[in-house]
Design a protein. Structure first.
Length: 255
C-alpha cells in the first residue's frame, strides 16, 4: 500500500503513521489485538468539516435564512456526499479492513468511506493544522455546492415531497412498504401515494439497524431506489411508519 500515492491525490503530505491510523477501520483493529483505529480521528475530522463548511456557506449564501443554510450543510456533509468524494479519491483501495469486512464489500460501503474521509481530514488537521485541513475541504467538498437549490431540495426529500403535493392540492402522501424473504435476506419494495395514486416506488435492501433516538424501539434503515436518478434512505419505526421520497421532475410529481 503506497501511501505516497494517496498523499499526492490529496495534495498534502501527512505523517505516515497518522495517515495509516486514519485508514484503519475498527474491524482491522479487532482482528489485530484491538490496536488503535480511526474513530477518534473521524470524530475530529467531522468537527473540522462542519466548521469549515458552515463558515463558508454563511459567507457564500447571504440570502438564505438559518433553516435553509442547515439544509445545505446537512446535504454537503452527508454520508452519501462524502462517500462520493472518497470514491473519487480511491480511498477504498487504501483501507485497512478486517477479513470479514473486506469480504463483505467494506471497501465500497458508503458510511465506511465517508467516515474514512473524515478521519483523513482529522489527520490532516493534526499533522498540518487548520489551513491545510480547510484546503482539503475546499478542493473536494466545496465543489458539491455548485447547485445549492438541488442540495436544499434533496436534503429532506420527505418534506420536499409533501410540499410539492400540497402545492398541487393533493392530500398528504401515504407511505407503504412490503418485503419478501427470510429475516437475514429480505427484499423490500416501497411506494408513496397521493390521493390514492402511486407517485413513486422502488425496490430496496436492508442497510443498518440502529436504536431509535426517542427510545421507542428500533429504527431500520433501508436504501430504496425510487427511480434511475433518485435514491433515499427510508426510516421504518416500529415496523409501521415509512419515509420515502417521490419522483420529482422540474418541480412536478410524476405519476
Amino acid at each position: 500500500m503506497n501511501l505516497n500515492v494517496l498523499c499526492t491525490r490529496l495534495g498534502v503530505e501527512i505523517e505516515p503513521q497518522l495517515l495509516e491510523l486514519a485508514l484503519t477501520h475498527r474491524s482491522y483493529s479487532y482482528e489485530h489485538g484491538n490496536t488503535p483505529n480511526n474513530e477518534r480521528l473521524e470524530f475530529l475530522g467531522d468537527s473540522v468539516l462542519g466548521f469549515v463548511v458552515t463558515a463558508h456557506i454563511h459567507d457564500l449564501l447571504v440570502e438564505l435564512p438559518e433553516g435553509e443554510l442547515t439544509k445545505v450543510k446537512n446535504a454537503v456533509v452527508s454520508a452519501r456526499a462524502l462517500a462520493g468524494v472518497a470514491s473519487d479519491l480511491g480511498l477504498g483501495e487504501f483501507l485497512r479492513l478486517g477479513k470479514g469486512e473486506d469480504q463483505t464489500g467494506g471497501r465500497t460501503k458508503l458510511n465506511l468511506l465517508a467516515d474514512t474521509f473524515e478521519a483523513i481530514l482529522g489527520a490532516v488537521y493534526v499533522s498540518k493544522g487548520l489551513d491545510e485541513a480547510r484546503g482539503i475541504v475546499e478542493r473536494f467538498v466545496f465543489p458539491l455546492l455548485q447547485d445549492t437549490d438541488a442540495l436544499r431540495e434533496n436534503s429532506d426529500p420527505k418534506t420536499t415531497l409533501q410540499e410539492k403535493v400540497q402545492e398541487q392540492g393533493k392530500s398528504a402522501p401515504i407511505y407503504e412498504t412490503t418485503f419478501e424473504g427470510p429475516d437475514h435476506d429480505r427484499d423490500f419494495h416501497a411506494r408513496v401515494l397521493a390521493d390514492g395514486v402511486v407517485i413513486g416506488e422502488g425496490p430496496g435492501f436492508l442497510r443498518i439497524d440502529i436504536d431509535d433516538e426517542e427510545g421507542i424501539g428500533t429504527s431500520t434503515r433501508i436504501l430504496v431506489r425510487m427511480s434511475t436518478s433518485t435514491s433515499e434512505v427510508l426510516d421504518i419505526h416500529m415496523g409501521h411508519t415509512v419515509f420515502i421520497s417521490g419522483k420529482i421532475i422540474n418541480g412536478q410529481i410524476v405519476d
